[in-house]
Design a protein around this ligand. Sequence first.
Ligand code: ADP
Ligand code: MG
Length: 698
Amino acid sequence: MLKDESLVSSWQSFFEENCRSEIETIALEYPENRSLIVDYWDIDKADPKLAEMLVNQPFKTLFNAEEALKNIDVAAEQKLQLHFRVRDLPETQKILIRKIRANHLGKLAAVEGLVKKRTEVRPKLQIAAFQCQKCGAFIKIEQDEDILKEPAECYEDQGGCGRVSSFKLSTTLSTFIDSQKIEIQENPEGLRGGAQPERISVYLEDDLVGEIGPGDRVIVNGILYSMQRRRGTFRLTSFNKTMNAVSIESQEMAFEEVEVTEEDEKEILKISKDPDIYEKMRRSIAPTIYGMNVEKEALVLQLFGGLSKEMPDGTYIRGDIHTLLVGDPGTAKSQILAYLSKLAPRSVYASGKASSAAGLTAAAVRDEFGEGQWTLEAGALVLADMGVACIDEIDKMEETDRSAMHQAMEQQEISVAKAGINATLKSRCALLAAANPKLGRFDEFIPIHEQINMPPALLSRFDLIFSILDKPNRTTDTELATHILLSHKAGEMHEHIIKSKSPLFSKDQESVLMEHVLPVFEQEFLRKYVAYAKRNVFPVMTDDALEILKNYYVDFRSSSEDSVPFTPRQLEAFVRLAEASARIRLSQEVTTEDAKRAISIIDQYLRRVGMDRETGKFDIDIIATGISHSQHERMRSIIDLIKRLCNESPDGNASRSDIISEAEIEGMESRRVEEALDRLKRNGQIYEPTHGKYRIAE
Ligand code: ADP
Ligand code: MG
């Protein structure tokens, strides 16, 4: 019924003329290789009518093309049965998922997006063998739909008895094909602010199966159709949009999506020589937000990123820079994240309060989508692969995400092993996160990890942690207020001019006001600049720069003997920031200037969050473990003291007053001792059997 002899012969002559040598190559590798992939435009060039039919009646046209392929006579060990896969469809067939309408159904279309979910590979019946319960003959029925097709009678032409009978399916004699269902979600770039991305289910078969995974960016070319929705065994009148994939094109490089013309290149090269480039870049990040100059400079560096490195021994070192903003409510943290997610290509904005089962990382779930099978679903960090993941309220992330987060941030992979699913997903993204303090306000004098609900080990994986305080100050308050109010006034004037019938203000008045909220570089240009730098600039450290970083590290560690200020992890952060700094100038060398810039940024961050408030020295221990080195030492000596007092006393307890007075003799302030006792008790290292008496926990 589908077979159309004239269509078959048109295809046959197309293949003979255009694809012969390719089919011969496939024949050598058959059956591992069993698909002929053809560009739409090659068909259009040779036979425009055929190309048009392909788009409008894809089911019939593809069927006859595959029939024609069977007739192509090439030398092969076995008879070829090839899939015909078309790619590179014309623009008219590229349809946004949210724009798919009833009139697209049954047509060939290209849908672009991110793979959000993927089910296990499951076998699907291709040719079903049924045994007649009356005569025992086997009847074969080709299955080309989702619902199982049974024989109407025991067909005589297949050696059956010709009677109407009941049949039993024989799985051993049937042939199966691999199938898989994936879900494609619209690319975040195409979304208008805040809109929920729309999704479509796509069925893959045979050699398309297993090729792509969650987080991949793809264009799926396929036939759109609708599938009747069911509730239990009832069939509903509404249908779901689905697609049968014909071919898949994957998009590997993020920044290749940003087109840089020759003219752009000239402009980029010119600007890279501007001595004020760093300041101009900084002033192009969220200009409506007042202040935050260090944070903005850091965000510029984060956009450019360092170099990820594949070492000869197989280890991987990330180049992406992770930043955390912690601070008081209403300090524009969310605003900054939203801005950056719009600026950076392939970025994803999500909240720690997970909205889907996959949360921030990834998960294996069993839901309606999988129709009883396990599904692998990607979370924000996977979807932001090769981009920037902006995660707001990261402190509220799910417990299940926490463990996966370590691996996601450092190795930039997420492993999921559950039920039939065993997969490793890539999460090569820079993380920009924001967190609110547990107690509502940030307290400079309490270690960061106690204030936000995040383990120290995870915090130490951020290259930079900025605390943003909202402290009243006449000068800055005045400036901030002026800035915010003027931005609003500029916005008002803009709306006024475009919306009122007879505006009272002129365009010139508007531009004067707009001046201070306009970025130096437009977003579009900045994106091109970053893309150009990431594609073309791979800077190498000069000996001088290396020396500066080394000396800084060594000096810092030795300058305060009783404290351990830096770990090698911080040193890596220096390198990444210095590399990013060189990229901004499009320099293939990391110079001393870059090394110094990296040092100055880290310095400012440590000054704010890594300072030991007793000694006034930087101490990375505070970030890594939540307690400074000096606190640690003190807790150790107090434990020793309690041990001694317990041994000496008849009831085996050490009283609070004794501990404090003995410790004072050793030169510790009573306030600090009380603080340490509380902490030791909280940690479970000591306990209080009766009020005011302590013992060491065994
Ligand atoms: P957070 O996420 O830190 O709680 P938001 O991003 O929601 O804060 O910001 C609250 C509001 O205050 C936003 O409308 C933001 O524009 C404004 N705001 C806060 N700080 C600044 C600033 N420094 N400059 C301009 N606007 C600011
Ligand atoms: Mg917020």
